[in-house]
Write a protein that binds this ligand. Sequence first.
Ligand SMILES: [Zn+2]
Ligand SMILES: [Zn+2]
Length: 360
Amino acid sequence: MRGLVFNAPKDVRVTDVPDPGVVNPTDAVVRVTKAGICGSDMHIYNHGDAFGFDAGCRLGHEFVGVVEAVGPEVRSVKPGDRIVAPFWLSCGECHFCKKGLTTSCVQGGCFGFQAFWGFGGHVEGGQSQFVRVPLADGTLVKVPDELADVDDKVLLPLVDVFTTAYHAAKGSGVKPGQTALVIGDGAVGLLACQAAALLGAGNIVLSGHHDDRLAVGARLGATHTVNSKANADRLGELLGDLTNSFGPDVVIDAISSADSMVHAANTVQPGGTVSWVGMEVFLGAPQLPWDTCFLRNLTIRGGVAPVRSYLPELWPLVISGKLDPSPVLTHDLPLERAAEGYEIMATRAEGSVKVCVSPN
Ligand SMILES: [Zn+2]
Ligand SMILES: [Zn+2]
């Protein structure tokens, strides 16, 4: 079959790779119909060697598709079922799975993310025609019958970017009518506006550096957008106007760099929450102003989204049409052009937010 592999920094390519098969009785094999290229794939693309990725490693942790084969112990899905695959494997039975923290599953691991195989799962990526899914019963989720006709582009963001954004919005504790600041106009930041709107936030202020992406954020639920690169003072003025100078009730930081986390902690109002889900913390831990956090009673919380646990509450929103995260998927390419998709993401080409590929 064909699959995308990491070769070296800035060098990914679609090539012939071995067909996956059922290895363990709890495995499934999925025929991939749509796979996403993620902002976190960009970290592999740029620094994969530093993160311990071997040449030839198959990438892709975001995919949806159809079950092709199952092992004899798989009960919840069967060949022909349309499924979504949360990016993190989970057994569904351990202490952490039972409390909903599926990304801490004792047997877990991340598809196509060699750096996160230490937990037990050793799983190749889904930017390929087929992928082996260990722990299929605890990992895969069958798409509800009501969504039989829905486009894969509506489902694909549920396996990571939308649900990561939703995790951030829930973690912020934003209440109806409150003011939220969302930092970052990548796919997660844009979808955090949508998630905050679903949770009833009043003012949703999106801060980013790209006018084309900010426009997508406005379409998804941001009530105000600020290009903080072109107009550095505007954000503070706007937040002051909207909140009696108190600052936003919550800040959702979809970047989570050293700079953005400090900005978030200094901007949120006393008693507020900074909720963070960005991967940049792996590139240098932010040095938070802890004295400020203490004096202003801030809550700082965040982490990797337990996607599998959120899906039951998201399906009704998709079925009713209240949730359609597909506008972030600006490019859909054949698998053979996946390397071009990485280039579009890496250069943040005009009009691009997120690229997906269609392997079958
Ligand atoms: Zn992702
Ligand atoms: Zn588990």
